[in-house]
Design a protein around this ligand. Structure first.
Ligand code: HEM
Length: 528
């Protein structure tokens, strides 16, 4: 059902009554009572006090008073569109996921692009990571690939997520800056978190000020797992590549655009789709096995690392086309609830400790934001395949199980007995062996924080490298505390000597601080 279908409800048999004299639909209350006057409250005398019995007024104001829901705790500002995903070929050898079984099959999708740090009303051209969240409405349930336009992340463990986000959001006493990473708290945290250095290189690069959503790549970031019908598993990284290629703006342009048109990215997406210029991305997979993973010095479970495409090419397996804007921003783009844990049979998680934490966080946060455990019943969140479960009631339940059986096992027949589990078709978790004792311990394989930061920096053209240097100087020049600047330059010395010098010079530093220790000793609660 589309939002519009709900908004203009034509009741049973009421059609003729609910058409106004001029042929428009009659304005009604929520209860369907036709409204004669929407301009004036009911008063005792034209100049007298308002009357409590004015149910129309009270309902209208009550509803208005309750229009706001909490904005997303991160990625508050976003813009979405509908479209489809079309497979190039069957991937049945790799995965039993229904979406990848048949060549040419189209699956409906909803995509939401976002910035991370700014509030809902912030501007589009902030220097920031962009969210790239895709909900695939597959025949075996919804698959949410909740990614970003940068292939790595700031932190290795989800337990640090509240810290990184607190540090990047407005400072709690000042309540600013609102949508920039340029501030003390952020750089304080970053300078104390060497694992963020690879991500910082990307965030200071042109990737963090894309020209529009249509010119961005997207990444699932984590290593995921594919499992085929025989139960054989491989690891996979998901990458979206825009058909238009990648383009960014310059920082000077970004600042001007933010002032002149804070909605620049939304306007671009709206205009492109409304004029039939449908943006497209290819979904590309990097598929590998444990043996391949073991060849690297880094860990494929570490979300601060990529697998370079020179080493493992990303194979295109299908295309995403966005061809329809939502009918209603709130109903669809605001109420869409992405959750990393939404995976259909054939797609599974790896033990990436960031992903594992995300799998808890998203369900939890959606309940807070949308307010009812029935948020999956909203049309934008509901699967488009048949679904049958025995969950019931709660606020706003409008799809309770039908009939008599709301429990199982039961002895009722197929007519009224409700759904049954299906060992053959259902989701079986890949039976990975557990390893080691219960510990709070970062593995040694997560300890190198600089090699890939360096790799990214040197892979950039000279102009792009200059942009990274300029961005670091600009951002760090906003930090009041010399110690933070020095810690950052100490890290940069492990990334690239010229970059460190450029930034130190740009910040007017008299002498370079000593380099940070190159490999960080993992912290552990184990006895020495
Ligand atoms: C929202 C991506 C890490 C918690 C989002 C959204 C995206 C995203 C794209 C916006 C979804 C939308 O458009 O509605 C990522 C990526 C991560 C990451 C790529 C790392 C690789 C984390 C972690 C946590 C987390 C570690 C918590 C442990 C959240 C929460 C929301 C969110 C609470 C708000 C969801 C909502 O209210 O709709 N994330 N995120 N994220 N993320 Fe993440």
């Amino acid at each position: 059902a589309k939002y519009g279908d709900q908004a203009v409800h034509r009741g049973q048999g009421g059609e003729t009554h609910q058409i106004a004299e001029d042929g428009y639909d009659t304005l009604t209350t929520q209860q369907g009572i036709p409204v004669a006057d929407d301009q004036n409250t009911l008063r005792q005398g034209a100049r007298g006090p308002a009357l409590m019995e004015d149910a129309h007024f009270r309902e209208k104001i009550f509803h208005f008073d309750h229009e706001r829901i909490p904005e997303r705790v991160v990625h508050a500002r976003g813009y979405g569109a509908h479209g489809y995903f079309e497979t190039y070929r069957s991937l049945s050898k790799l995965t039993r996921a229904d979406i990848f079984q048949r060549e040419g099959e189209r699956t409906p999708v909803f995509v939401r692009f976002s910035t991370v740090a700014g509030s809902k009303g912030s501007f589009d051209l902030a220097r920031d990571v962009r969210g790239f969240a895709v909900k695939f409405y597959t025949q075996e349930g919804n698959w949410d690939l909740v990614g970003n336009n940068i292939p790595v992340f700031f932190i290795q463990d989800a337990i640090k997520f509240p810290d990184i986000i607190h540090s990047v959001k407005p400072e709690p006493d000042k309540a600013f800056p609102q949508a920039q990473s340029a501030h003390d708290n952020f750089w304080d945290f970053i300078s104390l978190t060497p694992e963020s250095m690879h991500m910082i290189m990307w965030v200071m690069s042109d990737r963090a000020i894309p020209r529009s959503y249509r010119f961005m790549q997207g990444f699932g970031v984590h290593t995921f797992r594919l499992v085929n019908a025989k139960g054989e598993s491989s690891f996979v990284k998901f990458i979206w590549k825009p058909k238009l290629g990648m383009q960014s703006v310059l920082w000077n342009e970004a600042v001007k655009i933010n002032g002149a048109d804070p909605d620049f990215h939304r306007r671009d997406l709206w205009n492109a789709i409304q004029s039939g210029d449908f943006p497209e991305w290819e979904l590309c997979l990097q598929v590998f096995d444990q043996e391949f993973a073991d060849r690297f010095d880094f860990d494929v479970l570490d979300p601060t690392k990529i697998i370079p495409e020179e080493v493992l090419p990303a194979e295109p397996v299908g295309r995403l086309v966005l061809d329809r804007m939502p009918d209603n921003f709130f109903a669809e783009t605001e109420q869409v609830a992405f959750m990393t844990q939404n995976v259909p049979p054939g797609i599974e998680f790896s033990n990436d400790p960031l992903l594992q934490g995300r799998n808890f966080s998203y369900l939890d946060t959606q309940l807070k934001r949308l307010g009812s455990p029935n948020f999956a019943q909203l049309p934008i969140n509901a699967p488009k395949c048949p679904f049958h479960h025995l969950q019931q009631d709660g606020h706003m339940a409008f799809q309770n199980p039908r009939g008599r059986a709301n429990y199982e096992p039961n002895s009722w027949g197929t007519e009224i007995g409700g759904p049954r589990e299906s060992p053959e078709r259902g989701f079986h978790t890949f039976p990975q062996e557990p390893e080691g004792p219960k510990v709070r311990l970062r593995p040694e394989s997560f300890a190198d924080h600089y090699s890939q930061a360096r790799q990214f920096y040197v892979s950039q053209s000279l102009v792009e490298q200059r942009h990274i240097g300029d961005a670091l100087v600009f951002e760090l020049s906003k930090c009041e505390f010399p110690a933070i600047r020095e810690r950052m330059v100490a890290h940069l010395r492990n990334v690239d000597a010229d970059l460190a010098q450029t930034v130190a010079d740009g910040l007017g530093m008299k002498k370079l601080p000593p380099a940070a220790p190159p490999a960080q000793k993992p912290r552990t609660d184990l006895p020495p």
